[in-house]
Write a protein that binds this ligand. Structure first.
Ligand code: SER
Length: 462
């Protein structure tokens, strides 16, 4: 029996769907939210598919088919898939100048998003097998998933360090996180041409569709668009971009997802008897996990990211959820896990009533409502709860994992399908004792994460 909450989630995912025809082929895609994010986002769609597979496999496959439909010859897949002609979102399709790379006529952005594709497909594969259903649709995607991983390895880890390099804050999905502040502020606003400032001023739509208090400041938006303009001048050639960009960061969050994605791809290959390929992707995951462990700074009690622009290697410390991400790929050592557990349980840092705030409550950068500077995001909870679960011998991890499943599902169910949630810390005057959804409402991945938790962790939730 499907519950009313599940029905509400499924209804939202249906109403947030576009059906678009390009060059005679029809694509069906779920967009994040009607008010603003009206196109398809890469990591959102990987999550939509993970929730939908329990109910409507064809719609889960449609998400993946649409994402693969924009893949470039070199394996790259952009973080936004366009095609919806409405003009609610900035930047629009034309601004990227990427149409020339499309093999199907469907256009995507020139930036990546966290590489959740193989993680999503591995989950789909497991659910289908549990139900005794055929997995040939998954099989048909795998060559392109390998090509996608080859892009990341070849172009985003040229040093073979195990850690991936991002060229724009949007590639992390956590655009406005304080961990980008220093690198972004190294881009002097004076070097940004007036035409870019004007472009942003005249076209920015997020602040009209939402609340200014939720969104990144103008000075960051100028830099976001400046970087895009710079990369267009280099024809989206990743090697050329990496040589000149002022924004190149070896990032712990996306590298942890990368390790998990390689573990997932290895599992998909192993199940198909492709042992050589499985070993290769496992070795990539191990390399990254070792590199992540070595990023740990005992004094700071945190993992270091690195600013690697212009040949530098400057450590970036930041008290954000990204520090917990090595749990997700099981990279954190026992000693590191012990420290992370303490921080997760501390009501003054990350153990708020509705955890996990995206930035520590104690951080000077914490802002309760602003994009990636404080609010609780279901996706973050999903990464961390899966990570905790993987430490199966650690009782405290198991306890926290179960609590987090319950709290996350409860938060989404009782407040609704919002983009973000008030961690309900009772510190900010306006939010004292409130319990509210923030950002945009009717947000697809919050619904999909609810469905995922409800099915995968049914016993914990009941
Ligand atoms: N998340 C970005 C935005 O706010 C782009 O991916 O538009």
């Amino acid at each position: 029996m499907i519950s009313d909450d599940e029905l509400r989630a499924l209804k939202l995912l249906k109403s947030n769907t576009n059906v678009i025809k390009t060059n005679g082929k029809t694509y069906q895609r779920i967009f994040p939210t009607r008010k603003y994010y009206v196109h398809q986002w890469f990591w959102d769609s990987c999550i939509h598919a993970m929730g939908l597979i329990y109910y409507e496999p064809q719609r889960a496959y449609a998400e993946i088919i649409s994402l693969l439909g924009v893949q470039w010859k070199n394996g790259f897949i952009g973080h936004i898939t366009y095609g919806n002609k409405t003009n609610n979102y900035f930047p629009n399709e034309e601004l990227w100048e990427t149409k020339k790379f499309s093999q199907t006529g469907v256009v995507c952005s020139g930036l990546c998003n966290p590489p959740l594709l193989a993680i999503s497909l591995n989950h789909i594969d497991e659910v289908l097998r549990d139900k005794g259903e055929a997995t040939d649709t998954v099989d048909s995607f795998l060559d392109r998933v390998i090509l996608y991983h080859n892009y990341w390895k070849r172009f985003r880890d040229r040093e073979d360090s195990g850690l991936l390099t991002l060229i724009h804050p949007w590639e992390s999905g956590c655009d406005n996180s304080p961990r980008w502040d220093n690198v972004m502020e190294n881009i002097d606003l004076k070097v940004i041409p007036q035409r870019i400032i004007d472009l942003v001023k005249n076209n920015r739509k997020d602040t009209r569709a939402g609340t200014m208090a939720n969104r990144p400041l103008a000075e960051y938006y100028y830099r976001y668009l400046y970087l895009i303009d710079l990369y267009k001048q280099h024809q989206w050639d990743t090697d050329a971009i990496l040589d000149i960009t002022p924004f190149a960061v070896k990032d712990v969050q996306v590298s942890s997802i990368w390790a998990k994605a390689n573990q997932s791809l290895a599992a998909l290959m192993k199940r198909r008897g492709k042992i050589k390929e499985a070993d290769y992707f496992s070795s990539l995951a191990e390399q990254t996990n070792e590199a992540l462990r070595n990023c740990w700074d005992e004094k700071q009690k945190a993992y270091k990211n690195f600013d690697v622009s212009h040949g530098k290697k400057d450590a970036i410390y930041s008290d954000t959820f990204a520090n917990f991400m090595p749990l997700y790929s099981h990279a954190a050592s026992d000693g590191q896990v012990a420290v992370l557990l303490k921080q997760l349980s501390d009501s003054h840092t990350y153990g708020s009533k509705y955890p996990i705030p995206s930035v520590s409550l104690k951080s000077p950068f914490f802002e309760i409502a602003r994009y990636w500077r404080g609010p609780t995001w279901p996706i973050v909870n999903l990464f961390i709860l899966e990570g905790l679960k993987s430490y199966s011998d650690n009782e405290q991890c198991q306890k926290l994992f179960k609590e987090l499943v319950k709290k996350t599902a409860d938060m989404i169910r009782t407040i609704g399908f919002y983009e973000t949630y008030d961690p309900n810390i009772g510190l900010a005057d306006n939010y004292q004792n409130t319990l509210s959804g923030m950002g945009y409402e009717e947000f697809s991945w919050s619904a999909a994460i609810y469905l995922y938790l409800k099915n995968k962790y049914m016993e914990i939730m009941n």
